[in-house]
Design a protein around this ligand. Structure first.
Ligand SMILES: [Zn+2]
Length: 473
């Protein structure tokens, strides 16, 4: 049996001014030694001939440039054509890609793949639960399965499940039926974590729906809310051989989601930037974590909005780490000036010019991390240690602070461009707040200029009736 592996994974904020270019993708090709690293489960299937094509993964950002998408897609299709035929294709996806000038980019990709591999091959995709699914996607894929945790601690498990479902179907000579229920609810990921209610209960209900071949798998997609596309919505999916049972499973999961739509909320007190800072400055514990949520790069923020930092400079906390502002020119200037040098800089506000201007700041270069790919420095201004990075960066791990000679536990406040706290940050936080800050992933979604999503949709339309409608593919 021959299985191809490929995929293009990113999450595109259509409100972001920052295009995602070809060089923003981390590309791995079948011939590379590291290609199979994300797929250690392949070792479980020594009798299968796995063929790597190309996988591309980019940090969330604005829409993907059409030329970048075309380049990756044509390489993937070229590999499928030259290395085929295949019994099946496993696609390592995210599910919320937007390509400039195109809706439903994933559907475009799957349709093109289908044309090459033919109708007999099975297509199986693993998704982030923040992917947006359309009718066309449901019609083209044979198997789709998504993460069941946010923060995402089951990425590997989900990839392994997409592969095992694919092989199970191929070995059994079966092609699953698919039940799809769109749920007209738009909800930011920060409110739908599976670590607290009602997300925990909703996602906890998936496992009980699975029932042998009848219901092979079930998935709930929160969807990706900062995408002004007609397909933007939550949904429930069940796949399997019993049409009645998959319909029931998808309907029940969708109804549960809908029932709790008004119960979703942030996992930490959500306040204005000033209120978060004042509260954190008066807390007796340390460190206090603050999420600068409107400019969270892992959701598509540019990573250089200066609003939060400008308010911190005005309110003067005694001791705060700010992570981070992407500004390669400022990093170069700090490195050139050297450790201990004092300098005046204008930082940030260059990638995202909409949400706040560049910020004038004076400080002392306190730490330098030389790294050819992404050099980083710490600039100290009063009690604030500002981390500046060469590339858009996310600070999810303790070691990233240690690498800059900042011991997180010794500082009073740590502000990070993030939404809900990733596991290591959560472990270190003695208290946490979510700042409702400006940026292209603003948490106040009703304030965003949506024009193309399907209405009615909660929370834009508060008083609407809805009953689950099952579509079978
Ligand atoms: Zn996600």
């Amino acid at each position: 049996m021959r299985i191809a592996i490929g995929g293009i994974a990113t999450e595109s904020c259509t409100f972001s001014p920052l295009p995602t270019r070809l060089e923003d993708f981390r590309i791995s090709r079948g011939a590379d030694d590291a290609f199979t690293e994300p797929y250690p489960f392949l070792n479980k299937y020594p009798d299968i001939d796995f063929v790597g094509t190309i996988t591309a993964r980019a940090l969330p950002g604005g829409p993907v440039e059409a030329a970048a998408y075309d380049a990756i897609k044509s390489e993937l299709l070229g590999q499928l054509k030259s290395q085929g035929p295949f019994d099946g294709v496993y696609l390592d996806m995210h599910g919320a890609m937007n390509v400039a000038g195109m809706d439903d980019a994933e559907a475009d990709l799957y349709s093109s793949i289908r044309e090459i591999v033919g109708d007999d091959a099975l297509l199986s995709a693993s998704y982030d639960l923040h992917g947006n699914v359309s009718d066309r996607i449901m019609a083209t894929l044979d198997i789709i399965t998504g993460f069941r945790t946010a923060p995402h601690i089951d990425a590997l498990e989900t990839r392994a499940r997409a592969m095992s479902l694919l092989l199970r179907c191929l070995r059994g000579g079966i092609r699953p039926r698919k039940a799809f229920v769109k749920i007209p609810v738009a909800m930011p990921g920060e409110k739908t974590s599976t670590e607290w209610e009602p997300g925990k209960r909703i996602y906890g209900a998936i496992e009980a729906q699975i029932d042998g071949r009848a219901v092979l798998d079930a998935t709930i997609q929160v969807g990706y809310v900062w995408a002004d596309e007609p397909r933007m919505t939550a949904c429930a999916i069940a796949i399997g051989m019993n049409e009645e049972k998959i319909s029931l499973a998808a309907r029940e999961l969708a109804a549960l989601y809908w029932k709790h739509r008004r119960d979703f909320g942030f996992g930490a007190p959500a306040l204005s930037v000033d209120d978060c800072l004042r509260q954190a400055m008066s807390d007796a514990v340390k460190p206090v974590l603050i999420s600068d949520s409107g400019d969270n790069p892992t959701a598509g923020g540019a990573g250089d909005v200066t609003y939060f930092l400008s308010r911190a400079l005005a309110l003067e906390p005694k001791d705060m780490i700010y992570a981070s502002i992407a500004d390669p020119a400022a990093v170069r200037a700090c490195i050139a000036a050297g450790l201990g040098a004092e300098l005046d800089l204008q930082i940030g506000g260059k990638l995202d010019r909409l949400n706040s201007p560049p910020l004038d700041i004076s400080g002392t270069v306190e730490s330098i991390k030389s790294d050819a790919d992404n050099p980083q420095v710490v600039l100290k201004t009063g009690g604030i240690h500002t981390i500046l990075t060469g590339k858009r960066s996310v600070f999810h791990r303790r070691q990233q602070f240690i690498d800059l000679n900042l011991n997180p536990e010794e500082h009073e406040i740590i502000a990070v461009k993030i939404g809900y706290l990733e596991p290591e940050l959560k472990t270190m936080a003695r208290a946490a707040y979510l700042a409702l800050s400006p940026g292209s992933v603003n948490q106040d979604i009703t304030a965003l200029p949506f024009r193309r999503i399907q209405r009615p949709c909660y929370p834009f339309d508060q008083d609407m009736d809805w009953r689950p409608t099952v579509q079978i593919f």
